[in-house]
Write a protein that binds this ligand. Structure first.
Ligand code: C5P
Length: 225
């Protein structure tokens, strides 16, 4: 059995990938499976936390037991759900892959094949939910971001991640190395944990639930100080 060391903690975890509709049947999406976010929610609940999981699109995953599950399809829906759930949360973990852009408009009807060339798709920027959470952070609230970084070397990935941690202003950044079959759609993850206080440590390759354990250990340590 896991330690009940997160008892009394109210946490929000977002997971999965948003889909931004082009028309009633088509969307722009991403390859997030939702597995890492679900593992984070499941582990927190097993360690005694009160957990709300805001889930975008995922592969078929069992509902984690003892977790409040809220579904959100698009970035804007996820934003509303996360803000609502975060109002009285102690910890917010943004593991969801939120689309940075969405089509400027959604066609009411399925876009038809025509003889002429297709219209270009115009994109507009989605709100950065993590940045919004940081801007309205409650006293004592811990905010955790994720970064999927591609780079030619570990050093590249870390440099990008340090810059992102600063830019986003979150307390902890979980960095995944992605590309060539890493992180997305696979069972194992590795990366780094960077804290705003300057701690940096590698997360060795392991299951997504092992990674969840390391992330919650780090959050616990941070909040204990
Ligand atoms: O800048 P980047 O998209 O790499 O940042 C990733 C982090 O920011 C993740 O924690 C993700 O959940 C969050 N994010 C967000 N809103 C967006 C884009 C990313 O909250 N529109």
């Amino acid at each position: 059995a896991l330690p009940r060391d997160l008892e009394g903690l109210r946490v929000v975890v977002s997971a999965g990938g948003t889909r931004e509709p082009l028309d009633p049947v088509r969307y722009l999406g991403n390859r997030s499976s939702g597995k890492q976010g679900y593992a984070l929610a499941r582990t927190a609940a097993q360690r005694g936390a009160d957990v709300t999981l805001v889930a975008a699109h995922t592969v078929a995953l069992p509902d984690p037991t003892g977790v409040r599950l809220v579904h959100a399809g698009t970035a804007e829906q996820l934003r509303d759900a996360v803000h609502e759930a975060s109002a009285d949360a102690d910890v917010v973990v943004m593991a969801a892959a939120v689309a940075d852009f969405r089509p400027a408009s959604k066609a009411d009807h399925k876009i038809k094949k025509t003889d002429r060339d297709p219209d270009p798709v115009t994109l507009v920027r989605n709100p950065d939910i993590l940045a919004e959470l940081v801007a309205k952070r409650r006293d004592g609230q811990t905010i955790v971001g994720f970064a999927a970084e591609t780079g030619d070397s570990g050093a590249d990935v870390l440099d990008h991640a340090r810059a992102k941690l600063k830019r986003k202003g979150c307390d902890l950044l979980v960095v995944n190395a992605v590309g060539e079959g890493k992180a997305f759609e696979v069972e194992e993850n590795s990366g780094w944990l960077l804290s705003a206080t300057g701690d940096e440590r590698p997360i060795t390759l392991g299951s997504k639930s092992q990674m969840a354990t390391e992330v919650w250990d780090a959050i616990h340590t941070l909040r204990d100080r």
